[in-house]
Structure formats: structure tokens, C-alpha cells
Design a protein around this ligand. Structure first.
Ligand code: AMP
Length: 463
């Protein structure tokens, strides 16, 4: 099927061409016709399936057919979403699709000043895209009225419930006119979602279900680098410096602290990058994401939670800086690349204590990840031997928990066993053939570089 076969206004068709959509995705094919016929819809679909266009295009078409209202525009469409990121994403889609029409939309969400949002609403909009808290707030302030609403879209319903928005949703629904068209989307359908859907939708809604559009794993070129934890930053940096074709790179870190550390390493090497995670303000996260989407920065470092639901096109490389301990997460991560028929590369770093995670991933995906080119190790500093303290620190960092008594005991124990630092340094200097992390003798270039570094260090200590 082609978009041109759908009964959509020429202005929408032009916007679709501009967006480079050639054929409707399965959910669009199934959902657009019944929504055009003003039927209620229950869509079981995830982000990435094209569900936004599946509801936005037919709603815009129906609005266009209804004609423009005179005077101040009432809000005719409400799209409710759980997070600011998703609200902005959906708002961007509406703007993209309605750009050749006179239809307008606004996006409201919490965590920022409401003044610009109020200003946008004062001009009157056809579509309001909102998160529940800010919506109720602006309704209470009488800035928003939903009395003339015709279309209600509840998106990501299961996440709404996970995030505790059930009461807010019920409050909003109670304020809507009885006569309206409802579209309800959720990735999963546990019993409480079915109950919520039944309380919102009219009887006999059209049910549309699509499987998540997963990237076939065979299309992703994978590489594995076995590397000690301490040199992962240096390895990432070297790879980015050596491969300019790594243009839009998503790096997954297990922890927020780890993500910030990666950014510090890359910034030092003048690689443009930013991190998104739970400790960053909404504004900073949005800015980072926007800059990554428009390729103003080359690398986005994210934790799995922060990356949930975020959709970025054309990611060329995904780095698993740390392997996830849930193997399914690995599949989600690497599925961010090689989308829409494009090629993609996923590069995974595996520290000795992540071998078990690697085995679980390879078992789940039934793919043995091939090892990458080892020549890159020549460019790295030699591995530092792990001490019981650093092991304890790593495991604490890895689990996100503080080691407590055990770590303190290990520290004490190692202080007893380990020689003092100057002695240890002497011992290292006495070793004439440093080894790579795999135990091989270093190559001549790497040995020369090491000698130079040691001489420099010595000089700066003396000076
Ligand atoms: P969504 O599931 O709505 O978040 O959409 C996921 C991504 O697919 C977005 O980047 C859309 O721009 C893109 N998209 C939506 N529909 C199509 C289509 N028919 N062809 C190509 N890309 C699409």
C-alpha cells in the first residue's frame, strides 16, 4: 500500500513526502481507515512502530474536513502522554504533518515555567499535547478548557499507570465532553489497562495490534572488545578519533555516574558529546537530545532508563560501554541502529567481570559476537593491575551499591598484603617487558610510547 492510496488531504500528503515516508507502517495501514471513519480505537503498539502518524494523520484529516472555526480556536484534540520527552516527540510529529495547513498545536508539560506554554495557548490551538500534571494545573488556572474537545488520545497507557498517573487520567477524562472519539494506545495489555480502556472507549472499539518493529539482529554488524574496566574510556576515545564514519553514536552506560565520566573523557579529547540520565534536569536532557538529533553533537551517552521511549533516527553506532545484566536490554539497545533498512554497527566492551553477561546475551541472541580489530589496543595505555580495592570499587560501581563492611574489610586486607605505592612503582619499572591486557608482549611502537610516557612522568616528578 502507498500513502497516496489513503484518502488524505493533499497538504498532508505533501508533508508525508517531505518526511520521506513512502509506505504506511502496519499500524498506520490498520488504524488510519477506522479513525477516518470516526471509530474508537484500541492500539496495542510500541514506540517505533509509527503509531504517532497512525493517529495524528487521520485526526488532522478529520479536522481539515471540519473546516476552520471562527474566532478563538477551541481545543479540539487532546493527546495525553506520560513524559515530557514523549510529549515533545509527538508534538514535533504534529507540527511536521500539519505544516502546510493552518492547524496549530501546543505542547505542555511540567518541570519548567508555565509562562511560555500559557502564551502559546492564549492564541488558541486545535491540538493540545500534554502530560497529566501540567494539564490539570492549567485547567485549574482556567488557561485550558476542554469543553469543545472532539478527539481524545491516550498514548503509552501502560507507562502512565506505571508512573502512577491513573488518578490524574481519571480526573481529565471526567472533564471531557461525553461525545468524542477516543484512541487508546498501550504497548502491553494487563488487566488494569483493559479496565481503564473500557472506562474511556465507546463500546466495540476497533482493535489493532502490531508486533514491535524489531531490527533483525543479522543486519547489525557487531564487534566485541574484551577490555579491563579502567581502559574502556581510552578505548572509546581512540575508536572515535580513529573512525570519523562514526557520526551519530549512542553510548550506553550502566550508571549515571559512569555516563558523566564518559562525557568527561570524550570532552577532553574534543569529541562533541552530552549525557542524558535521571540526574540531569529536563531542560538539559531535552537540549542534549535535540543536539544529538540535529547532529550538533556526535555522541549521546545514556543510561537505559533515560533512553526509554526516545526515538532517534539514523544512529550509526551503538556502544555498549557496559554490558547490561538483562540480556533483552542488549537487544533493545542495539536495535537503535540499523533502523529503516539502514546499516548499523554495535560495539560492545566486555570487562572480565562481565563475561557472564556476555554469555547470557549470546545465548539469547544466538549470535557469537566476533572480536574487533585488536590493533587498537596498541594505542591504549598498558593495563593497570586490579587491586582488591579497585575490584571492590568496581563491583560497587557495577551494582550501584556501596560495598559497606565487605568492601572496607577488603580494603584493610589489601593494605596489609600490598606493598606500599613507591615499592609497587619500583616493581613496575623493573619489569622490562610490559604486557597487553590479554597477556601478550607489547609491540615495539607501544613499548616506545610507554617508555616516552614513563620518561615524561619521571621528568615532571623531578621538575
Ligand atoms: P513512532 O512509533 O510514532 O514514534 O514513530 C517512529 C519513527 O518512525 C519516527 O521517527 C517516525 O518519523 C517514523 N515513521 C513513522 N511512520 C513512518 C513511515 N510510514 N515510514 C517511515 N518512517 C515512519
Amino acid at each position: 500500500m502507498k500513502f497516496s492510496e489513503l484518502p488524505l488531504d493533499e497538504r498532508l500528503q505533501r508533508a508525508i513526502v517531505d518526511a520521506n515516508y513512502t509506505a504506511p507502517t502496519p499500524i498506520q495501514e490498520k488504524a488510519i481507515p477506522p479513525v477516518l471513519e470516526h471509530k474508537d480505537l484500541m492500539g496495542i503498539a510500541q514506540t517505533g512502530t509509527g503509531k504517532t502518524a497512525a493517529f495524528a494523520l487521520p485526526i488532522l484529516q478529520n479536522l481539515l474536513q471540519g473546516g476552520d472555526s471562527k474566532g478563538q480556536k477551541p481545543i479540539r484534540v487532546l493527546v495525553l502522554l506520560p513524559t515530557r520527552e514523549l510529549a515533545i516527540q509527538v508534538s514535533d510529529c504534529f507540527e511536521k504533518y500539519q505544516k502546510y495547513t493552518r492547524l496549530t498545536s501546543a505542547c505542555i508539560f511540567g518541570g519548567v515555567s508555565d509562562l511560555p506554554q500559557k502564551r502559546a495557548l492564549s492564541r488558541g490551538v486545535d491540538t493540545l499535547i500534554a502530560t497529566p500534571g501540567r494539564l490539570l494545573d492549567l485547567i485549574n488556572q482556567r488557561v485550558v478548557s476542554l469543553k469543545k474537545l472532539e478527539y481524545f488520545v491516550l498514548d503509552e497507557a501502560d507507562r502512565m499507570l506505571d508512573m502512577g498517573f491513573i488518578h490524574d487520567i481519571k480526573k481529565v477524562v471526567a472533564l471531557l465532553p461525553q461525545k468524542r472519539q477516543n484512541l487508546f494506545f498501550s504497548a502491553t495489555m494487563p488487566p488494569e489497562i483493559t479496565k481503564l480502556a473500557a472506562s474511556i472507549l465507546r463500546t466495540d472499539p476497533v482493535r489493532v495490534e502490531v508486533a514491535p518493529q524489531s531490527t533483525p539482529i543479522e543486519r547489525i554488524r557487531q564487534e566485541l572488545y574484551r577490555i579491563d574496566k579502567r581502559r574502556k574510556g581510552a578505548l572509546l576515545k581512540e575508536m572515535l578519533l580513529e573512525h570519523p564514519e562514526m557520526k551519530k553514536v549512542l553510548v550506553f552506560s550502566r550508571t549515571k555516574h559512569g555516563a558523566d565520566k564518559i562525557v568527561r573523557v570524550l570532552e577532553k579529547a574534543k569529541v562533541t558529546c552530552a549525557a542524558i540520565h535521571g540526574n540531569k534536569s529536563q531542560n538539559r536532557r531535552q537540549e542534549a537530545l535535540g543536539n544529538f538529533k540535529t547532529e550538533q553533537i556526535r555522541v549521546l551517552v545514556a543510561t537505559d532508563i533515560a533512553a526509554r521511549g526516545i526515538d532517534v533516527d539514523n544512529v550509526t553506532h551503538v556502544f555498549n560501554y557496559d554490558l547490561p545484566d538483562v540480556p533483552e536490554t542488549f537487544v533493545h539497545r542495539i536495535g537503535r541502529t540499523a533502523r529503516a533498512g539502514r546499516d548499523g554497527v554495535a560495539i560492545s566492551f566486555c570487562a572480565p567481570d562481565e563475561e557472564q553477561d556476555l554469555r547470557a546475551i549470546e545465548k539469547l541472541t544466538r549470535v557469537q559476537i566476533p572480536e574487533g580489530d585488536k590493533a587498537i589496543f596498541e594505542k591504549l595505555p598498558p593495563p593497570q593491575k586490579e587491586t582488591p580495592e579497585s575490584e571492590a570499587r568496581n563491583s560497587r560501581w557495577r551494582t550501584g551499591k556501596f560495598g559497606g563492611r565487605k568492601a572496607r574489610e577488603q580494603k584493610k586486607e589489601s593494605a596489609k598484603k600490598e606493598p606500599s605505592k613507591p615499592q609497587a612503582a619500583q616493581k613496575q619499572n623493573a619489569n622490562p617487558t610490559p604486557k597487553t591486557h590479554t597477556g601478550k608482549r607489547l609491540g615495539s611502537r607501544a613499548r616506545r610510547r610507554l617508555r616516552e610516557e614513563q620518561a615524561k612522568r619521571q621528568q615532571s616528578q623531578n621538575g
